[in-house]
Design a protein around this ligand. Structure first.
Ligand code: FE2
Length: 305
């Protein structure tokens, strides 16, 4: 099985602006660029977990799902193939680019590229946040979570649970949108999905800091530097995360969180919530008028446009 959201990649014409944004606001460490000039950011001992590649438009390039061991990756790929998924083995060039021991990938039914790997390269004790973030919560909970925009909620639910094996956490059915949440480790969700008919993409990526003050300082830095806060500080109903949502140089949003709930599969009981928030998370005028993250018509991905 897969055990974590290991890394995420985007493409954007504004990719170079992520050098300053990633360091000064997020507090991630800038590392050497990819072969295409991609801006790469580091959050822990893993050499990098977020890459923003050059591109002609904003889009999710790939979500990278990690298996704990070679054996688990091999059996997971076999499981996907048995379910009819066309999984492609990554070559040495892709392995070197992603800095993993082995990699395979496929395009899901909605046009999103899903990468599968194990053995991500790491350099212990060398993470240094340029703005003094003490630590990001990663380890056995992976990078954080990613929220896909899919054209059909039920079809996506079937694929991500029955084919990819994500475990259902819960659902938020609010008057404006229904989200479903899935876990692959203790983190309440590594994946969430929300349906927008005819569209596909990525709503946001969540990064979690280990110290609440590092979240508070991020809010101060956004205000000081004129970076738009799209949702104010608030607490989510399901994962209990305290977080705010920040606009990035691209159309993807970052949820910057603290104190997320950890799921124990032995005792977990799925609930349904009618609101995403206990309090806060008020949307700014820009958040109300902008598209929900990076979204493109589903047909534009299926024809490879
Ligand atoms: Fe989130």
């Amino acid at each position: 099985m897969i055990n974590e959201l290991s890394y995420v990649g985007f493409r954007s014409p504004n990719y170079l602006e992520w050098e300053a944004f990633g360091q000064d606001i997020i507090g991630a460490e800038l590392v050497a660029p990819g072969s295409d000039g991609a801006v790469r950011l580091r959050f822990d001992e893993v050499n990098y977990r977020l890459a923003i590649h050059p591109g002609i438009r904003d889009e999710l390039a790939y979500a990278g799902w990690g298996a704990n061991t070679e054996e688990e990756l091999v059996s997971y790929v076999a499981r996907l193939r048995a379910a009819g998924v066309d999984v492609i083995e990554g070559d040495s060039e892709l392995r070197a680019e992603r800095q993993v021991a082995a990699i395979a990938w496929f395009v899901d039914p909605f046009g999103l590229r899903q990468e599968l790997s194990w053995g991500k390269y790491a350099t212990p004790t060398t993470f240094r946040s340029p703005r003094g973030v003490r630590a990001f919560v990663t380890g056995d909970q992976g990078l954080g979570h990613v929220v896909f925009v899919v054209p059909d909620l039920q079809e996506a639910h079937e694929f991500y649970t029955k084919v990819m094996g994500f475990k259902y956490s819960d659902e938020i059915a609010s008057p404006t949108a229904t989200f479903r949440f899935y876990h692959v480790n203790g983190r309440h969700h590594s994946l969430a999905i929300v349906a927008v008919p005819g569209m596909v993409g990525c709503n946001h990526v969540m990064l979690e800091v280990a110290d609440f003050d590092d979240l508070g300082k991020a809010i101060d830095l956004c205000v000081k530097n004129g970076v738009d806060i799209l949702r104010s500080l608030g607490r989510h109903t399901n994962d209990k995360m305290l977080s705010f949502y920040v606009a990035t140089p691209s159309s993807i949003q970052i949820e910057y969180g603290y104190g997320g709930f950890v799921v124990d599969d032995e005792t977990w009981v799925a609930r349904t919530y009618e609101s995403p928030t206990v309090w806060g998370h008020a949307r700014s005028a820009r958040a109300v008028s902008n598209p929900p993250g990076i979204v493109v018509p589903v047909e534009s991905l299926k024809v490879g446009a």
